[in-house]
Design a protein around this ligand. Structure first.
Ligand code: SF4
Ligand code: SF4
Length: 226
């Protein structure tokens, strides 16, 4: 493992990341994982650096009012992630490694980056974040962090730099509080979420990009008590 491990973590924080975690790509070989594997398009990767920013509470609380402001604040988070991610990619390559930046979470979901039929990205940021010990899943299908619940945005860097990985928290895959809560399932205006932990992503996508004309919904984040 490279000795610069802490250097890259500190650099991410100094660029503005609220949290950083390193996932071992081997975790994507877990037979229970159902998404795409980053090794299938970048077979050389040895580390996945997950970066995140906290989405300000002030833009979430008024929902469903203030959707334009909520959407714009999310997009500002996305831009911030791209800028800091690109700086880290450049730094890694300056030091002789290969690196690339994957699409930021939720940035153009369903309309640009994701597979048009499955709506799955080439890499599940949420699963990478879970591997890196940054949180667990909620019934709203989002990563639930310890600090700000689902009120986050993430991106990731794939690199052949062998950075010391973090590990899953060891707690359950889905947050245990969800079983007796289910607020996100009940509030979803298009019934995209189910109490059994599944999602119908096309219903969510169609609501955001057809009904709301591209504005984000955010109600499954707004009601989450975590
Ligand atoms: S963003 Fe809105 S439509 Fe999509 S799953 Fe959450 S509550 Fe449902
Ligand atoms: S709203 Fe409730 S059920 Fe949904 S993710 Fe948050 S805690 Fe879990």
């Amino acid at each position: 493992m490279i000795s610069e491990s802490s250097h890259f973590r500190e650099m991410a924080r100094s660029l503005g990341a609220d949290f950083v975690g390193i996932a071992d790509p081997e975790g994507f070989n877990n037979p229970e994982y159902r998404g795409n594997r980053p090794q299938d398009f970048a077979p050389w990767i040895r580390s996945i650096m997950v970066l995140g920013v906290i989405i300000p509470k002030g833009c979430v609380d008024p929902l469903p009012k203030g959707r334009a402001e909520y959407t714009n604040t999310l997009m500002a988070g996305t831009v911030t992630l791209r800028v800091m991610g690109f700086a880290l990619v450049r730094e890694l390559e300056k030091q002789g490694y290969r690196a690339m930046l994957v699409p930021s979470e939720g940035s153009e979901f369903g309309t640009w980056y994701a597979n048009k039929e499955t709506l799955k990205a080439d890499l599940s940021l949420k699963y990478a974040a879970w591997l890196a010990g940054l949180g667990e899943y909620g019934l709203n299908q989002l990563l639930i962090t310890r600090e700000t619940g689902p009120r986050i945005r993430m991106t990731a860097i794939l690199t052949d730099a062998p950075i010391e990985p973090d590990h899953p928290s060891g707690k359950s895959f889905v947050r245990p509080e969800c079983a007796s809560c289910q607020k996100c399932v009940k509030i979803c205006p298009v019934k995209a979420l189910s109490a059994d932990g599944t999602i119908q992503p096309h219903l969510c996508r169609d609501y955001l990009f057809s009904t709301l004309g591209g504005l984000r919904c955010g109600m499954c984040i707004r009601v989450c008590p975590l």
